[in-house]
Every structure is written in C-alpha cells, then in structure tokens.
Ligand binder design. Sequence first.
Ligand SMILES: [Zn+2]
Ligand SMILES: [Zn+2]
Ligand SMILES: [Zn+2]
Ligand SMILES: [Zn+2]
Ligand SMILES: [Zn+2]
Ligand SMILES: [Zn+2]
Length: 288
Amino acid sequence: MDDTCAVCADTLEWVAYGPCLHKEVCSTCIIRLRFICNDFYCCICKSESNTIFVTKALGDYTKMISDFKGLGEVNGSEGKVGEYWFHEGTKAYFDDFDHYNMIKAMCIAIFMCSLCLEGRKIFISEQKLYNRAQLTQHVRTGDSVIDGSESERGGFTGHPMCEFCENPFYGDNELYLHMSTDHFTCHMCQRQHPGQYEYFNNYDNLEIHFRQEHFLCEDEACLARKFIVFVTEFELKRHNAMEHGGRMSRSKRSALLQIPVSFQFRQINEHDRRGGGGHGRRSNSSGI
Ligand SMILES: [Zn+2]
Ligand SMILES: [Zn+2]
Ligand SMILES: [Zn+2]
Ligand SMILES: [Zn+2]
Ligand SMILES: [Zn+2]
Ligand SMILES: [Zn+2]
C-alpha cells in the first residue's frame, strides 16, 4: 500500500527520505530512529543517509530531491537554510515550516521509557513517547495519560523498584535477578520460609540479621570469612569446639563437648586419628 508508512502503518502524511530516495516511511518514524536511536540507516534498503529531506507525501507527486550533496554543502546550522529549514538534531531538511516546527517541538519534549524499550523488544514505532513528567509517572505508577486506559495498560502498575538502590527495573524477573546478584538474602530464612524472606542491602546488614535471628560465630577469622552462622545454638557450639577448641581452656572445651554422646565419640576418634596430643581428653572421656 502506497499511502501508509512501511514502519508504523499509519497514513503517510509526511515522508522523510535520504539519497536512496525510499519515500515509504513517515517523517515521525524516521525522526524517532535518528533522534532517539541514533539510527541513520534507511528502513528499506539499510543504506546510510547522512542527511534526509522531509516533505508532504503526495504519492507520485511527492517532491523528490536528488541533489543531497547540494543540501549537504549548505551544511546549515539550525533554522532557515536557503529555501528549506534545517533540523540539526536529525540532520533533516524540511520544505514546510509548520512541520519543521512540529518535529522540532517533538524532539525537545520526547522521552521513551528505556526499560520498556529494552524489555519489550517491540518496534520503535510502537514505543510510547512521554514528556518528562509523564515518563516519571509511567515508571512509578504506570498510569500516565500516554499509557492509556486501564485495559490498554493490561495490569501494568509501573516498573518495580529496588528499595535499596532506588533503581527501577523492567519487570519482576529483572528485579529478582538484580536482588539476587547485587543484594543479599539469608539462606536459612530462605530455606525456612520459601517465598517470604527479606533482602539485605549489603553483607553488613545481613550480618546484623545473622546476629539477631541466628547463631553467628563471632570469631574474628570466621567473621572475615563471612556466612559462618548456624540455625541452632548446638551447631554453633559444635563449630566452636571443632574450629576454635584450641584456644579454649580444657574445662570449657570439654563442657562444650558434653552435649550428645554419639557426637562426642566421633570427635574424640577423629582427634586420635590426627594424633595430636589427645591423651588428656581421652582419659576425660573414658568415663562416658
Ligand atoms: Zn511511520
Ligand atoms: Zn533506502
Ligand atoms: Zn516503561
Ligand atoms: Zn538494588
Ligand atoms: Zn535469617
Ligand atoms: Zn568460628
């Protein structure tokens, strides 16, 4: 169909074309590509168009410029250049002052949602254009005038935000990926309450949680190694006896080892096999 834009399928009212003379795409689509995406290639033949010409779409009667070099030589700055108007941001020449002004205003005012642009993988012509305030509303609550009616929004209520960095993400999957790579969860709480556990901004905050809710080994080397934390007090005591026993008085150590008998046997056997001065303890344990 000659009278619709090859990209957005809207009625062709204004066309933009480069030296390849493909006049099948509307000026708005071309300007968006050039201004927002820095894409200076023809949508039809993919040849690079350094400058473009924008004119009314009149089918076979559309004004065709063949001497783009001549236009380039003028190499005007923003505004009136010879018989045309030049828009510097898109390197476009216009033969209509009102359309030039309209496009100029559009380029000053437009923002696209970069999250939607990356996350939705749709054509650039389908991307919604916002002004600054509308974009903020779109990201936060998803209900700017541009986003349309409730059914058009399809349940969209804004892009989910990381409460720590205050960065928005395209969707829940992207946010989850961010939370699990850039922030921390408690592996014990995660196991105990799947689906409802807390996130911590950094390891320091997770360590505070470990200390308050679980049994953290406060040994300096263990703190430096991180994640040396236990679900039960007994496990912490066992760890203490095994890892830090050497630095404890014999009575404290054997007190710690007084817990379950079966475990104590294993400990002592291991100790004997390593052959490190376990004689005293051996006689201690012989009473069990
Ligand atoms: Zn179009
Ligand atoms: Zn072309
Ligand atoms: Zn968006
Ligand atoms: Zn974050
Ligand atoms: Zn926890
Ligand atoms: Zn420790």
